[in-house]
Design a protein around this ligand. Sequence first.
Ligand code: GLP
Length: 250
Amino acid sequence: METTLAKEYRRLCRDPASHQPLAYLRLRSAIRNVIEQRDIEPGHALPSERDLARALALSRVTVRKAIAGLVEEGMLTQRHGAGTFVAERIIKPMSRLTSFTEDLRARGLNPRSEFFERGIGEVTPEESMAMNLSPGVAVVRLHRVRYAGEEPLAIERSVVPANLLPDPSLVDDSLYEALEKRGCRPRRALQRLRAVLLSAQHARLLHVPTNSAGLAIERRSFLDDGRVVEFTSSWYRGDIYDFVAELHTD
Ligand code: GLP
């Protein structure tokens, strides 16, 4: 592992195309490359600052500077006294219609939610257009921060027609579990993803700096008969959530 990193660093030093005169930027690129090529797996430790400095004939200040930038980007995490680790990302396959709760449990993580709103109200004009509902009908609204254990991952605002889910308190941790119990779990969904900079308010709830990279996702889910069952807007932290799509030629 160390040798792959050292090799990559030396390759960048020789490569005129890398255009990187500063050693700490070259080392940063080398670390980024080995992580992206999975030569160091998520959750695994980077060699210590001292070992890196010695192996690459760099000063510890240079090594520290290279690492600090990647910690800021969220690619590395530092645990006091334990060292520097490749950040673990949560990979979400895009082709399956699964819930947040299911995605996290499948990875052995502990999903939980903090509710800001769990009530019933009248559909707004924008929601009624998106959900194909008549003006004035009742909808259930959920506004939650979604966590993996203690780590906030996403903010979600969901709207569900009240004729499908009459009581918001039926949603405990999982919206899809509540819908499943009522026989109206979504069967199909349209999802739109967009890169965003997280606003101060969202960033605060997600424990990241304002303007950090995020993913805004809008999901409209349908029942078999074509009725819209949910309209959810989510803001995910860009530093720990990956969406992966499997593509076929036919
Ligand atoms: C994901 C989707 C949401 C969906 C939610 C349901 O986060 N982006 O559109 O509402 O899963 O998750 P759960 O059943 O855990 O509430």
